[in-house]
Design a protein around this ligand. Structure first.
Ligand code: SOE
Length: 410
């Protein structure tokens, strides 16, 4: 962990950032893709070496995108030293040790497998892939690369919220006893407007699935991470509420089923609801939707055990609610843990208690954990194998939903 940052240290910490990084061997990062996740990952790579005391100094060596002018502008905006228009060139660069994949899911497997074969470490955005078959190939390539000292991580960043990491530790310590329920929802509303155009996330051939892979992947991984258990079977419903949408301006003719009116078919789910059984026999419920009108990025998880409960709400990211059922009745009830103490995961490198972190800090923590894993040679978590397991859950959800919610074992 980094050195505690205290207000009274400011006087003699001028320039400490440079000092903290100076003399550390570089870790060249090459990123493919520069949209929302590319921006978030860039922030993580720019910041991590200036906050945490790392064994290697991340260097933003090159960013890649197909449009030369746009990727050059992204390089300037996000602090990348160079711009490439072909990912095959990026993964061969001598100044790139780690390839960070921030593209739509249809290219994850091809880029990751090639980058691992080229001797690079890999960080791949979630979900790992668009299909189980692709995820299996990635996990196999990662296993082979690990024998050569190369590491691969998938970017389930919500594991790296201090409050969710604390929740996992508390479950592992037995603070809530034997797990009975996990209840997770991830609610957004950016597709409620039927005039929202048919972007890549709404096309199966590019995104693999809709809310299920985009939001459902997060909550399956987070539930498994916090609970310390795995989903062993699901019963599911999925729905596509708006089945055709206007084509985005300049849409390629590659769209399937385009009508003369300039609309295209939505080929992914808008919402997925599923129940699940976990390893211990605990029961879980999951909801992932882009039609929860008024909810913007509302991820909530609650775990109930026979000795207590834990609850987290991404909209109150610095807090964890805890009910200790062993407390006498007159004192029992959910209490708020403000997760900003230096003893809390990641916090000793940030601000004094009570100052709080945000969504972007999860990408700084993700970068920190990957750099330490690379230095130690120990497999990072979540690994590609973890990503493959999530992919199997997603596939089971789709199979169950296609068979009128029949229970599908994994
Ligand atoms: C979906 O809009 C999305 O951008 C996800 O793809 C991200 O993984 C999530 O962190 C925020 O919402």
């Amino acid at each position: 962990m980094g050195q505690p940052h205290r207000q009274d240290d400011d006087a003699d910490e001028a320039g400490v950032d440079a000092g903290a990084e100076a003399g550390k061997p570089p870790l060249g990062v090459g990123m493919v893709g520069y949209a929302f996740m590319g921006a978030a990952h860039s922030q993580g790579w720019r910041t991590v070496g200036r906050v945490f005391d790392l064994p290697r100094r991340p260097v933003l060596a090159a960013v890649c995108g197909r449009d030369a002018a746009a990727v050059r502008s992204a390089a300037d905006r996000h602090g990348w030293a160079a711009a490439e228009t072909d990912w095959r060139a990026l993964i061969e660069r001598d100044d790139v040790d780690l390839v960070d994949i921030c593209t739509p899911g249809d290219s994850h497997a091809e880029i990751a497998v090639a980058a691992l074969a080229a001797g690079k470490h890999v960080l791949c955005e979630k979900p790992l892939a668009n299909t189980v078959e692709e995820a299996e190939a990635m996990a196999l390539a990662a296993e082979d690369a690990y024998q050569r000292g190369q590491l691969a991580m998938v970017g389930f960043n919500y594991r790296r919220v201090p409050a969710t990491a604390l929740a996992r530790n508390m479950v592992a310590e037995g603070r809530i006893g034997s797990l009975r329920h996990v209840r997770v929802t991830y609610l957004q509303d950016w597709l409620v407007d039927p005039e929202f155009p048919l972007t890549w996330r709404l096309r199966k051939e590019l995104a693999g699935s809709g809310a299920l892979g985009d939001l459902g992947a997060h909550i399956v991984d987070l539930a498994q991470y916090v609970a310390g258990e795995q989903v062993v079977g699901v019963s599911a419903l999925t729905e596509t509420f708006v089945r055709e949408r206007p084509l985005p301006s300049g849409a390629s003719s590659g769209l399937t089923a385009v009508s003369a009116a300039g609309v295209g078919q939505v080929t992914v789910d808008d919402a997925a609801l599923f129940t699940a059984r976990l390893t211990s026999g605990a029961l879980a419920s999951f909801e992932a939707t882009r039609f929860a009108t008024g909810r913007k990025n509302a991820l909530r998880i609650e775990l109930n055990g026979d000795r207590g409960s834990l609850a987290f709400d991404l909209e109150r990211l610095n807090e964890l609610s805890y009910h200790d059922h062993t407390e006498p009745g007159e004192r029992a009830g959910f209490r708020r843990i403000l997760v900003t103490e230096p003893e809390h995961p990641y916090l000793d490198a940030w601000w004094p208690p009570g100052h709080g972190l945000g969504y972007e800090h999860t990408f700084v923590h993700q970068a920190r954990d990957l750099v330490h894993a690379i230095e130690s040679g120990r497999p990072p978590a979540p690994s590609f194998a973890d990503g493959l397991q999530v992919q199997r859950v997603l596939a089971a959800v789709e199979e169950s939903a296609a068979k009128n919610s029949v229970y599908v074992a994994i």
